[in-house]
Design a protein around this ligand. Structure first.
Ligand code: NAD
Length: 702
């Protein structure tokens, strides 16, 4: 008996209960408690044992903190072995969300009963690791080779029903779980059924192991490009067929340690913690309370306004959208309706849910209708004069204490706030397209934004299931400002003689979800161009600066919506295909501008784009626009398609080594346009000191 694990015996059936709130994580204390109880039960000699958890879930998974400390004694294997070795049947009674180590414990038990609504998964691969507590050896033995691979490679949890069909659980019960499990255990005793050890089973489908693993390897190379942990997982699962259980467990342990220490595993863990760190805002008093949010207003029923409305309606919050004409409102509502309809057709949303969500969205042409909103988000065209006009109107109708947010991507929000009498209530709420899908919410704290408004914005992000990252005001905030030098290099490479396809495939093969030129085509090449026209007086005096975007916009070749941009989008599928006319035009332009024609190779394209981005990130840190290097990593992985397995731009920079990046920037200073290749002072300082962004962040937070 320990503080977190206890047992009781009634009529010769023991019930071991883990009670370690909030989610029964398999901490060292829980493992030690299980060990103590199962050892004690050897002497008590019950006829059967039920293992269950108090609270909202069975053992939810391993303890992430132990990645840093190493697994403390007693380890998983020792405890699970003890449970599996029991000479009387052990029945796991599972409920809630059972992941990783929780599932590995359940399958070390001899039988499993699940409550309705239970979900069981082995999601380790999403953290760049593999199940390391016997999961790769026991799961194939329990449910067969292919189903086990599906579960581990997809990381998708099974519902109780699916788990029953797969043979992962023996029964699904609707009523009182522990009672049902005790009855099940008693039944086993009556029938004389003894322990049924997973490790003693053979793997169904194992005879085809070589071809199955080879096929999965080929698939993983395509769908999980550049990643190593899927291969390691396949090695481990293969061993469940080709090795004896104990040998397989030893092998799994070696592989598991290896992936935990590898960059990929560290990158995923870095993001796991970084996404929790974003809520810590230095200088905010701890007792600041969020303002209540029960009603939302939106100005602008376009792409972003509609998506934002869906985010709130999905969270059950009523929304009123305002636009300049009924036709605009109708078009906006129709798009929202279509988006919901698609989810219903796909089966991810019920028709009643769609109706209920649509019922939460109302429209109006009258500003007075926004008077009861707790938060109003402006999402009209990217135009300062227009936005100022709207904020003056909102200031007149919004109730006292209402938060006025803008979805601007680039404009100076301090300037917008200055037209109101309530600059303390103004904040940037920068959503990403499609707003109802993208995970990121960039929260822009203006010079005068009140602390409780920032806290409310962070709460809003949580309510609508997004990750909110706080930035300060500057052109483009964190995300778009770092995109600027990244895109500049990509465009310049084309003027030097690379094709758009060569640039994009260099970035995509490195891991970006989409090459930047294809991104411009998707978002509209004109969008960035018009922003640059508006800020022309602030931009470098370089005729090659974003020249390709300018030329395409001038010709109306603004991307997918025009059927052509950097690429052509013909046919029903609108697949991107190279456009010889555009390629020739841009190469000619490069020559006309006296840009040396030299066709940068793949590695150079990657280094130029990424190191320019990282250098800008270092400037953002120095200027205090970004609070932490890890916040930048969250922005990029949640909002810009940066590969999670590389941990974000700043984490990636640390893995390359800041000195190497610094030296490369100095080299580019000599070989490319020196005005763009000035190392950020912070990058220089850290590089020369042999330090890293992570170390800098640790020092700053001390
Ligand atoms: P959009 O053109 O799709 O929609 C703009 C909407 O605002 C239109 O419905 C228009 O009728 C309405 N509008 C214009 N003037 C108005 C006024 N005076 N009063 C009320 N409504 C008015 O534009 P969008 O893509 O949704 O962009 C909106 C804002 O979001 C911009 O500031 C943009 O920079 C920003 N943003 C866009 C994206 C994106 O990918 N589209 C991403 C992030 C941020």
């Amino acid at each position: 008996m320990t503080e977190v694990v206890s047992y009781s015996i009634k009529d010769e059936i023991a019930v071991v209960t883990v009670d370690s709130p909030p989610v029964n994580t398999m901490t060292r204390e829980v493992r030690a408690g299980l060990k103590e109880c199962f050892e004690a039960l050897r002497k008590e000699s019950p006829k059967a044992i039920v293992l269950t958890c108090a609270g909202k879930t069975f053992l939810s998974g391993g303890d992430m903190r132990e990645f840093e400390t190493g697994v403390l004694e007693p380890g998983y294997h020792e405890v699970l072995r003890l449970i599996e070795d029991s000479t009387v049947p052990v029945v796991a009674a599972v409920h809630g969300t059972v992941m990783g180590g929780g599932v590995e414990t359940a399958i070390a038990c001899h039988y499993r009963i699940a409550a309705e609504g239970t979900r069981l998964g082995l999601p380790e691969i999403t953290l760049g690791i593999i199940p390391g507590a016997g999961g790769t050896q026991r799961m194939p033995r329990l449910i067969g080779l292919e189903p086990a691979l599906d579960m581990m490679l997809s990381a998708k949890p099974l519902t109780a029903g699916q788990a029953k069909d797969a043979g992962l659980v023996d029964a699904v019960v609707g009523g009182e779980l522990v009672e049902a499990a005790v009855a099940y255990a008693r039944d086993l005793v009556t029938k004389g059924a003894g322990p049924r050890r997973t490790r003693e089973r053979s793997v169904a489908g194992g005879e085809k192991v070589a071809e199955v693993i080879a096929a999965r390897r080929a698939q993983a190379a395509k769908t999980m490009r550049n990643r190593n942990s899927p291969n390691v997982l396949l090695d481990a699962v293969e061993a469940s067929v080709t090795r004896q259980f104990d040998d397989g467990i030893t092998f799994e342990r070696t592989l598991s340690n290896q992936v935990e220490r590898a960059v990929e595993g560290r990158a995923f863990r870095h993001l796991f913690f970084a996404e929790r760190e974003v809520r810590k805002i230095p200088g905010l008093p701890a007792d600041v309370k969020a303002r209540p949010i029960t009603r939302l207003g939106i100005v602008g029923a376009g792409t972003m306004g509609g998506g934002i409305a869906m985010c709130f309606a999905n969270a059950g919050i009523p929304v009123t959208i305002l636009d300049t004409s009924q036709a605009n409102l109708d078009r906006g509502l129709a798009t929202i309706g279509k988006n919901y309809e698609r989810s219903v057709t796909r089966g991810s949303l019920k028709a009643e849910q769609r109706d209920q969500r649509l019922g939460l969205i109302t429209t109006s042409l009258d500003y007075a209708a926004l008077g009861t909103a707790d938060v109003i988000i402006e999402a009209v065209f990217e135009n300062m004069v227009l936005k100022k006009d709207i904020f003056a109107k909102l200031d007149a109708v919004a109730k006292p204490g209402a938060i006025l947010g803008t979805n601007t991507s680039t404009l100076d929000i301090d300037e917008i706030a200055a037209v109101t009498q309530r600059p303390q209530d103004i904040i940037g709420l920068h959503f990403f397209s499609p707003a109802n899908v993208m995970q990121l919410l960039e929260i822009v704290q203006c010079t005068k934004t009140a602390s409780d408004v920032v806290v409310t914005a962070l709460d809003i992000a949580k309510t609508i299931k997004k990750v909110g990252v706080v930035a300060k005001v500057c052109y483009g905030f964190i995300g778009n400002r770092m995109m600027d030098p990244y895109g500049r290099e990509a465009e310049h490479c084309v003027l030097e003689g690379a094709t758009p396809e060569e640039v994009d495939s260099a970035l995509e093969s490195w891991g970006m979800a989409m090459g930047i030129l294809a991104v411009y085509d998707m978002a509209g090449v004109d969008i960035g161009h018009l922003t640059r026209v508006a800020r022309a007086h602030l931009l470098p005096k370089d005729p090659g600066f974003y020249r390709p975007s300018a030329m395409l916009t001038e010709r109306g070749w603004i991307g997918q919506k025009a059927g052509r941009g950097y690429y052509r989008y013909d046919g029903a599928e609108r697949k991107r295909t190279p456009d010889p006319e555009v390629i020739a035009m841009l190469h000619e332009e490069g020559k006309r501008l006296n840009i040396t024609q030299r066709k940068p190779d793949r590695q150079e394209i990657q280094e130029r784009c990424l190191y320019a981005m990282i250098n800008e990130g270092a400037l953002l840190l120095e200027e205090g626009i970004a609070l932490r290097a890890s916040d930048i990593d969250v922005v990029y992985t949640a909002g810009y398609g940066f590969p999670r397995y590389r941990g974000g731009p700043m984490f990636y920079a640390d893995t390359v080594g800041l000195k190497l990046i610094y030296d490369k920037i100095l080299e580019f200073q000599k070989t490319l346009d020196p005005q763009y290749w000035q190392p950020a002072p912070l990058l220089k300082k850290l590089a020369l000191a042999g330090s890293s962004f992570a170390q800098y962040q640790a020092e700053q937070s001390r």
